[in-house]
Design a protein around this ligand. Structure first.
Ligand SMILES: [Zn+2]
Length: 373
């Protein structure tokens, strides 16, 4: 009894130290990034959080407990996926699960790259070389994503612009092989500086807030205050979204799935974090938005914007759009306006001849006066 009490006190102490170290290093290294970048995301002009969720086999958890929560708070997040189930004999994903992913995408969430088979990058490269890792873990998932189609809407997955290292394992060699050739940012875990500037390229750290690490919201509160104070952003990584009372063993994924069961956050805690972030005046971004990339739900809108403003670029950058004052989008077969919020200086827009039911997004554009619809 006493031994158990001692052990739990010790664990609480270690956890306190773990977070204290993160906070200390943030304070210590702030000078460095402050001198380099001072810009926030222009369309909201607010520092913010990007929630990043890993592993495709958790899709049912994301849908069941995340989709409604994010919809309620109007928060867009990033889901990093693989093409195979971690358990269930590494089966591939069913059409129903593909539809679920596309459903998240059509709600404005980012679907990003997490390795085809979730291999440890560093080990794989050491054993088989960089070329094989790129072809088997990176290119194969791009191809797989391209092949998937929603069974009803026929919507396709977008080509991901960001990557998350499986098991958080990375090194400089892997980062350099991926950026900027395939991705604008690649996400890992803790680094000496975890706050990131807007429009960033390269290796991006994140803080894991699964129950394995985050035992109390107190320390995180301090960190969220820093974001506001220093105008910086932070990626918070999680895995499954599950209520505390949900027993992991009930999924029937066997003994080998046990460690994966600790990588979870409750919808209640996630909601609390969102509330605190809002109280602190923080915005919510996807990983690619933090990297300065503009994304659109509507494919026709996206291809027109790409053609008109970013034809020479690999990605449509938010900074390409912020000086535009007029947009003629007449007869473009557009159904969804999401993404127009990046045009922060837009004054007039022509939307005649499209099939749009919801114009609420236009209210987010501060200088917009003239609307033809
Ligand atoms: Zn993973």
């Amino acid at each position: 009894m006493i031994a158990r009490y001692k052990k739990s006190m010790l664990n609480a102490y270690y956890n306190y130290r773990y977070w204290q170290n993160i906070i200390q290093s943030m304070k210590y290294n702030l000078k460095d990034i402050n001198s380099q970048h001072n810009k926030t995301c222009t369309y909201l002009n607010k520092p913010g959080i990007a929630f990043s969720f890993d592993d495709n086999f958790r899709i049912h958890h994301w849908l069941q407990y995340g989709k409604g929560l994010f919809g309620y708070y109007d928060v867009k997040v990033t889901f990093n996926i693989n093409a195979f189930h971690h358990f269930e004999n590494e089966r591939s994903f069913t059409q129903e699960e593909i539809d679920m992913l596309l459903d998240l995408q059509s709600n404005g969430h980012e679907i990003a790259h997490h390795g085809f088979k979730h291999k440890r990058a560093t080990d794989f490269v050491e054993m088989f070389g960089m070329e094989k890792w790129i072809s088997e873990e990176i290119l194969t998932l791009f191809e797989w994503m391209e092949e998937q189609t929603h069974s009803l809407t026929k919507e396709k997955l977008k080509k991901p612009a960001t990557f998350a290292f499986p098991y958080f394992k990375s090194n400089k060699e892997c980062v350099n092989a991926l950026v900027p050739k395939y991705f604008k940012v690649v996400r890992g875990h803790l680094d000496k500086q975890n706050l990131i500037p807007f429009n960033y390229t390269g290796f991006t750290p994140s803080i894991c807030i699964d129950v394995k690490f985050l035992k109390s919201i107190k320390m995180l509160k301090k960190i969220l205050k820093f974001l506001k104070e220093f105008n910086k952003n932070l990626i918070l990584t999680c895995h499954s979204i599950l209520p505390d009372e949900q027993n992991w063993d009930d999924f029937g994924w066997g003994k080998e799935s046990k460690p994966a069961g600790q990588w979870r956050i409750s919808p209640k805690l996630l909601g609390e974090i969102i509330e605190i972030a809002k109280e602190n005046g923080l915005a919510f971004y996807t990983t690619s938005e933090l990297a300065g990339i503009a994304s659109f739900i509507d494919r026709n809108l996206e291809s027109y914007i790409r053609y008109t403003f970013a034809s020479s670029r690999k990605w449509i950058m938010i900074e390409d759009l912020e000086n535009v004052t007029q947009l003629d989008l007449s007869n473009k077969n557009i159904t969804n306006l999401d993404g127009l919020q990046y045009f922060s200086n837009l004054e007039s827009i022509n939307l005649i001849g499209n099939n749009i039911n919801d114009y609420r997004l236009l209210k987010k554009i501060p200088k917009l006066r003239k609307i033809l619809q």
